[in-house]
Design a protein around this ligand. Structure first.
Ligand SMILES: [Zn+2]
Ligand SMILES: [Zn+2]
Length: 323
């Protein structure tokens, strides 16, 4: 979709969006689903955008924090909200006003630091339509507290700039177990519990789009539930760590032993990711959430460690890559 729209288009689109909110309120259906291309009988093709491919909470030089987007027609589905997600979306030419739903895999700060910020900044841009958000507890409390924390700015902008209230536009849904998450005219989303101690619950998500299926592992150690969820998928976006590089790096840290233990039990070594993709029978494996990220490890190192274990296509993910 274009990064900018003409001045003529914008008011009309807002009117359409405002109308959609009213319909949703009355009929308790997702009004935007009615306007989706699939519902009009048009061919809907999905676009996967890797917004941030780093792993871990510390900011990195060459990769932004975890975030992805699936775009179908005009609708954007955001998966994880690492720091900088709104800016990454703008850099990718995605319209923040078209965010349809947000999914958080787990409540680690590299995945949720900009959950609230994304919605606030989208609203401060041109978001006028409802956004449903999904993720583990305490998603509702996080939403409430974020709105409270930014109450001053939100009220000023409503008064000063004539914006609609933000709170009614955000509808959080807490999920605590694997299974169906949501479905609309574009996509069916299913989750699976993955293993990412000590964070519990942590989820992987599968998006069955009109043209293909895309699975996000979230953060997990090798997980049977993830393999089951990803079975036969077109694309598996999977996290990865390089244990050898981590061994060298953490040596210097005061909490080295504890950190290494966490990384070992909570993440998937690059030697095992290919086997997981093979077991799941996916077509394409996209490596993502690279740990460690500093200093950067060459693409070839990741690729060479994974490829012998998987016959399909292996892609070393990078920020703003479109698939
Ligand atoms: Zn992470
Ligand atoms: Zn994590």
């Amino acid at each position: 979709m274009p990064a900018s729209r003409s001045a003529i288009d914008l008011p009309r689109r807002r009117l359409l969006k405002a109308a959609a909110i009213s319909v949703a309120a009355i009929a308790t259906i997702n009004a935007r689903a009615l306007a989706a291309p699939a519902a009009k009988g048009l061919k809907a093709r999905s676009k996967l955008v890797l917004l941030g491919t780093a792993g871990g909470p510390s900011p990195k030089v060459d990769r932004s924090a975890p975030a992805n987007a699936i775009v179908i027609g005009d609708d954007i589905y955001v998966i994880d909200c690492g720091n900088g997600v709104a800016r990454q979306m703008v850099k990718a030419g995605l319209d923040l006003g078209h965010i349809h739903d947000v999914f958080i895999t787990h409540q680690h700060s590299d995945h949720n630091a900009d959950y609230g910020n994304l919605l606030l900044l989208a609203w401060a841009t041109d978001l006028h339509t409802r956004v449903d958000t999904y993720g583990p507890p305490p998603l509702k409390r996080m939403t409430e507290l974020f709105l409270q924390m930014n109450d001053y700015d939100i009220h000023i902008r409503i008064k000063d700039e004539g914006r609609p209230s933000l709170a009614p536009l955000i509808v959080p849904h807490e999920i605590t177990q694997g299974g169906p998450v949501m479905q609309d005219a574009n996509v069916k989303v299913t989750s699976a519990l993955v293993e990412h101690p000590l964070v519990k619950p942590a989820f992987a998500y599968r998006f069955d789009c009109p043209d293909r299926s895309i699975v996000f592992s979230g953060d997990t150690r090798p997980s049977e539930n993830l393999i089951e969820l990803a079975r036969g998928a077109d694309i598996l976006v999977h996290e990865v760590i390089d244990l050898q590089a981590i061994g060298v790096l953490v040596k210097e840290l005061s909490h080295a032993t504890r950190l290494r233990e966490h990384l070992l039990v909570a993440h998937t070594p690059m030697s095992e990711v290919g086997q997981i993709a093979t077991k799941a029978g996916v077509k394409t494996l996209v490596l993502n959430h690279f740990v460690p990220g500093t200093p950067p490890i060459p693409d070839q190192v990741w690729y060479d460690a994974v490829k012998p274990h998987f016959k399909g296509r292996v892609i070393v993910g990078h920020d703003l890559m479109v698939l």
